[in-house]
Design a protein around this ligand. Structure first.
Ligand code: GUN
Length: 296
């Protein structure tokens, strides 16, 4: 079997187009422009690239982008004061504090200082609790993107066996909650799982979010399964830098029914879902109907 390639790049372009249309309508009919504030503390090179991409995408869909770049030495009190200002600013509908923060700053404290209604990352403990109890929340962007692609491919996910490999707060745990919300039978596996390959082979939906390059090989995949690769790992091969996922693509694609590539799979969906979440937060803030198909 050769797997269908799930084109995340094209899917993300479709989501961004849907967001842009809704933003134009909001501006024209309500005189409202959604605004996203991104806070970057320090000089982490990968974070700088992410923040630049977020800014460009935000502007492209017609939203206001507010960037706040702070010195690596910024105190927790100053960062919390900025978050409080953004919480109080009616032009800001979404707030994202780029992680990781420098070591002297307490990420949990800072994230939990964000107004949950503006927490477009879905990392605030209130949103985590709302998601876990099946209530309306802000949903973390990467798992939301995975869910959108899975719903598009399968239609209903009800009754399917889903295995999520990885137990991070950003991807693994919220992904499992979302799949449970769509009535999958969900297993969360991780680095200490016994006979991981056998557990994975039970999956109709296999989500790899372990952060280990090409760890999930074809022998982990049930024939016909859908494989979602969340990993983005930079490796050296044949003297060249390359980007690979957590899935060994060639061997997995030979067995799977459908698979997301790296790059061009889950990656582009994360920023598209950040924009979707900002739009959702803006609609909720103004008591307007939420856009369809862009939330969990
Ligand atoms: N750093 C890497 N990914 C993310 C993300 O999705 N949100 C935030 N805030 N920081 C990140």
């Amino acid at each position: 079997m050769t797997a269908k390639v799930i084109d995340g790049k094209a899917f993300a372009a479709g989501v961004r187009a849907q967001v842009a249309t809704a933003v134009a309508k909001l501006k024209e009919e309500q005189g409202i422009t959604p605004g996203l504030a991104v806070v970057l503390v320090g000089e982490d090179p990968a974070s700088k690239v992410y923040v630049r991409n977020k800014h460009a995408s935000t502007v492209e869909v017609g939203m206001n982008s507010y960037e706040h770049r702070l010195e690596a030495s910024t105190s927790e009190a100053d960062l919390l004061a900025l978050v409080a200002r953004l919480n109080a600013d009616p032009a800001v509908h979404g707030i994202l504090v780029q992680l990781p923060l420098p070591g002297h700053l307490n990420s949990d404290l800072v994230i939990n200082a964000i107004d949950p209604a503006k927490d477009v990352d879905g990392f605030h403990i209130s949103n985590v609790g709302l998601l876990g109890t099946g209530q309306k929340s802000m949903v973390p962007c990467t798992p939301l993107g995975c869910l959108m692609m899975l719903r598009d491919h399968h239609g209903s996910l009800a009754g399917l066996n889903a295995v999520v490999v990885g137990r991070s707060n950003i991807v693994g745990k919220p992904m499992a909650q979302l799949l449970l919300g769509d009535s999958c039978t969900v297993t969360i596996a991780h680095s200490r799982t016994k006979d991981l390959a056998a557990v994975c082979r039970g999956a109709d939906i296999l989500v790899a979010a372990v952060g280990r390059p090409e760890m999930i090989t074809g022998d982990f995949v049930k024939p016909g399964a859908t494989v979602i690769d969340v990993g983005i790992n930079r490796i050296e091969r044949d003297g060249k830098g390359r980007l690979v996922g957590d899935v060994h693509y060639a061997s997995a694609a030979a067995v799977a029914g459908a698979i997301t590539p790296v790059p061009g799979g889950v990656g582009p969906m994360t920023i598209a879902c950040l924009l979707a979440n900002t739009l959702t937060a803006c609609c909720r803030a103004h008591g307007l109907e939420e856009p369809k198909g862009l939330t969990a």
